[in-house]
Design a protein around this ligand. Structure first.
Ligand code: HEC
Length: 158
């Protein structure tokens, strides 16, 4: 008898709730319609698409000119603003760097490597014609141990 008491109370409670709901919704249906769930077979699993050229992986890629590989740090840190043809770097904010190894020595009195170093260490020292002086400072720190590899890579882009 004691064990049955909670069941009786529960039944009364459900009946009371149904009564209140029915009174508050004269004419309206108070029965919640269960939302149909898609059968498991209809759910398309998310899979990686190998060879998807839209998302360039931030890994080392062969340089267009051969030889030096593209440092991953260049793609992720610099590629948001700069383009190098045939790599994952496709930014449009700054000058294209596809031939910066040749162009660099024509910019100032510095040789190509010195100019490229200065461009990263002190972007405001010389502003490429036609561009706003918005290349951020502090990129040497962002590149960390990849700084020298990025300089060597850019020097190689003739
Ligand atoms: C927020 C965008 C932005 C990022 C990120 C950025 N740059 Fe730049 N960069 C620019 C702009 C804009 C210029 C042109 C103005 C100037 O010379 O300061 C420029 C100029 C340069 C130049 C000179 C190009 C020329 O034709 O003379 C070099 C070299 C360069 N950036 C290298 C880099 C490298 C390497 C990185 C990554 C470590 C980098 N930039 C990250 C925007 C960016």
């Amino acid at each position: 008898m004691l064990l049955r008491t909670p069941i009786v109370l529960l039944t009364l409670l459900v009946a009371a709730i149904a009564l209140v709901a029915a009174c508050g919704n004269s004419g309206g249906s108070v029965v919640a319609q269960p939302t149909a769930l898609a059968p498991l077979g209809d759910i398309t699993p998310i899979t990686a698409e190998p060879g998807d050229s839209d998302g360039e992986p931030a890994t080392q890629e062969p340089a267009p000119s051969g030889g030096v590989v593209v440092p991953a740090a260049f793609i992720t840190t610099c590629g948001v603003c700069h383009t190098v043809a045939d790599t994952g770097a496709g930014g449009q904010v700054g000058p294209e760097l596809t031939h910066i190894g040749s162009i660099a020595s024509t910019r100032t009195g510095l040789d190509a490597e010195a100019y490229i170093r200065e461009s990263i260490e002190d972007p405001g020292a010389f502003v490429a014609p036609g561009f706003a002086p918005i290349m951020p400072g502090g990129l040497v720190g962002s590149l960390g141990g990849d700084f020298e590899a990025v300089v060597a890579y850019l020097v190689s882009l003739n």
